[in-house]
Design a protein around this ligand. Structure first.
Ligand SMILES: [Zn+2]
Length: 468
């Protein structure tokens, strides 16, 4: 009799593995790719800029169409930069296609000047020959910039192929920015390594360069979109989030349209499975947030929530789920944070249960805190966090690449994972296109869309286990 009752109960409510299989089966790689394309088409989506506002409107619409109660928050204003158009052309007529303006560069009307090569800006002093010239340097500009910009012999513009280290940034351009303020008098353009070679050769032939840039620097409020999937009980919720801006000001397909697409797809699958009654209602709310500006908007959220932040059960943040240069791994960050243990043990267990199955992952691990993304807005300074809250909120970032080179990390004692070949000396994968003009869908998310699929599945399944 008892056995029969149990059997009936199991038929009425899908068993946990059945719910997990239904979730995994509903994840759409095509949808993930489409979201990245839609976001990248809007522009760099920096918080407070027209393309940032456009992306927020697009996401507000997408969540609303899925049936979520959705709110768009206007965050406190911050200095934003955006660039409408630019062109760098050699005297021969050859366009330097890879040119990409550094953030906070001022506009310049189309002007021409002689091309001058300065190998090391930091150790050079502007002389009369610099005045009205376009400088090309293979080296760093940002550190030398203030001295050059305040010199009466300052040039018209500066072009740089930094880090000038092939094959990195070979025919795509590393994007950086000047110190965040308006009124920098000399615009700076990054160029690819190969275009650096072209400029070097052209300078030897005493050529001129024509530059133009239309840019904006203005104090503007980023927009943050928050959508809620209601649970059965009040008083507690999970947060699933990603920064919506491409923090370098480039196309940002991997960093971080991939993370945003991951958030939206987790939301879409939960909405779909609830609508069709495949899943029972989850215990607590899940809140989906896309931050208008990395850190700035997640910190603003914490300030806005005040005492209600005590209801936050855990943070799943996504940053760079769209590529990986050398490995095929899923990473779950911040296992050195003691109160992250239940959250990360759940992710690790899901990863172990499905590893090697078709459509899932092979390599995975948790790893120590590295800092640099929105989960750290919820963590104390001890763990690379911002210390914005003193509450002990579990917070992780899930990703497939970080930074621009392979990192070696010593695993936190007690966290050896079955999911990597060397569980003690971790190799953290990176993006070849980190903060560059090459961070396009073609180079990242279209090439390895399975990365986003994995991030959606592992998180959805972990939420099914944690939030029942
Ligand atoms: Zn990022």
């Amino acid at each position: 009799m008892i056995a029969l009752l149990l059997l009936t109960a199991q038929i009425l409510a899908p068993s946990q593995p059945a719910a997990e299989q239904a979730f995994a089966a509903a994840v759409s790689e095509a949808q993930l790719r489409r979201t990245v394309h839609d976001l990248v088409a809007a522009g760099p989506r920096m918080g407070g800029t027209p393309s940032g506002d456009q992306a927020a409107a697009l996401l507000h619409d997408a969540f609303t169409r899925l049936g979520f109660a959705t709110e768009t928050f206007t965050d406190p204003p911050k200095l934003a930069h955006w660039e409408d158009a630019w062109k760098v052309t050699l005297g021969s007529g050859e366009v330097i296609e890879s040119a990409w303006p550094y953030g906070y560069s001022a506009s310049i009307a189309e002007t021409s000047g002689p091309l001058l090569v300065v190998p090391n800006l930091a150790s050079a002093t502007p002389d009369a020959a610099w005045k009205g010239a376009v400088i090309y340097t293979p080296g760093d500009v940002v550190r030398a910039y203030a001295a050059i910009a305040s010199n009466p012999n300052r040039p018209l513009a500066i072009l740089t192929s930094a880090p000038n280290a092939p094959p990195r940034y070979l025919d795509w351009t590393r994007i950086s920015e000047l110190p965040a303020r308006a009124g920098h008098p000399v615009p700076v353009f990054g160029v690819s390594y190969l275009d650096g070679r072209t400029l070097d050769a052209a300078a030897a032939l005493k050529t001129t360069v024509r530059v133009s840039l239309t840019s904006h620097v203005d104090e503007r409020p980023p927009k943050t979109v928050v959508a809620t999937l209601p649970g059965r009980e009040r008083g507690r919720y999970y947060l699933v989030c990603a920064h919506g801006d491409s923090d370098a000001g480039g196309p940002g397909a991997d960093d971080n349209a991939s993370g945003v697409a991951t958030v939206l797809e987790i939301a879409r699958v939960f909405a779909e499975l609830r609508r069709t009654n495949v899943l029972p209602q989850l215990r607590y709310d899940i809140r989906f947030a896309v931050w208008g500006s990395e850190y700035h908007s997640s910190k603003a959220y914490i300030e806005r929530e005040g005492a209600r932040l005590g209801e936050l059960a855990a943070v799943f943040n996504f940053d760079e789920t769209g590529t990986g240069a050398e490995r095929e791994a899923l990473y779950f960050e911040s296992n050195d944070v003691p109160w992250n243990a239940p959250l990360l043990k759940t992710l690790e267990a899901v990863a172990a249960d499905y590893a090697g199955q078709p459509g899932f992952w092979t390599e995975y691990t948790t790893n120590p805190s590295q800092g640099g993304t929105d989960s750290y807005a919820f963590l104390p300074v001890t763990y690379h966090g911002t210390g914005t809250t003193t509450l002990e909120i579990p917070a992780t970032t899930i990703y497939t690449a970080a930074w621009d080179r392979l990192a070696s990390l010593k695993q936190t004692p007690g966290w050896a994972s079955k999911g990597v070949a060397d569980p003690v000396n971790l190799k953290i994968d990176y993006s070849l296109y980190y903060h560059s003009s090459g961070d396009t869908p073609e180079n990242t998310t279209d090439r390895e869309p399975q990365n986003m699929v994995k991030a959606v599945k592992v998180t959805g399944l972990a939420l099914l286990r944690l939030n029942r």
